[in-house]
Design a protein around this ligand. Sequence first.
Ligand code: BG6
Ligand code: MG
Length: 221
Amino acid sequence: MKAVIFDLDGVITDTAEYHFQAWGSLAAALSIPFDREFNEQLKGISRTESLEKILVRGNLSDTLSEEGKQELAMQKNTEYQRLISALTPADVLPGIKALLKELREARIGIALASASKNAAFILDRLELAHYFDSVVDVTAIRNGKPDPEIFLAGAANLGVQPADCIGIEDAQAGIQAIKGAGMFAVGVGTPSQMQGADIVVATTAELSLSMLEEHFYEFKK
Ligand code: BG6
Ligand code: MG
């Protein structure tokens, strides 16, 4: 086990909840039904893809122009940025900072593979940026999750083989991406939301270097 590649929203901090709230406000303004079950499909995918899924659900996709869609995506992002502007280091999810410290001390590579264009801002707010050897530049990624590209880029940036990496995700699309990259997949959530994960934890508080190593080497046997 040479590297751990983290998703951000819903793994390092609970911004998955803020994405949910911001999309919820937009959907309500457009009179489109929106709930947590539907929101699961939006986790891990880009802003434009998320908007498209919401608009298709409301039968509005064909009636809006590209400019109209861009305006809606911007409205959602404005609301999302308002919500994340108040993030502090206290918003790091349980167990994450301790894990980052353990990984650093053990000289295990650490990368971020987030679909979010707000990722660098959030890492700064949480005061975690210095733990990361690499933050994959999402604007340089052609195929979003569930495509493995972003996780493969993380491994390449760290100079390690995908088979020697663990990926941690809270989205079904993210688990697919990790497995597609040939990595060991850790899901945060419920087993039904994390299909295909090699292990699933209910919360990040369960994560530690020793538990990751134990499961990783058991899997490799
Ligand atoms: C992912 C989230 O990390 O980033 C998605 O799981 C979100 O919900 C995506 O849509 C893009 O984020 P942003 O901040 O660029 O709109
Ligand atoms: Mg996520």
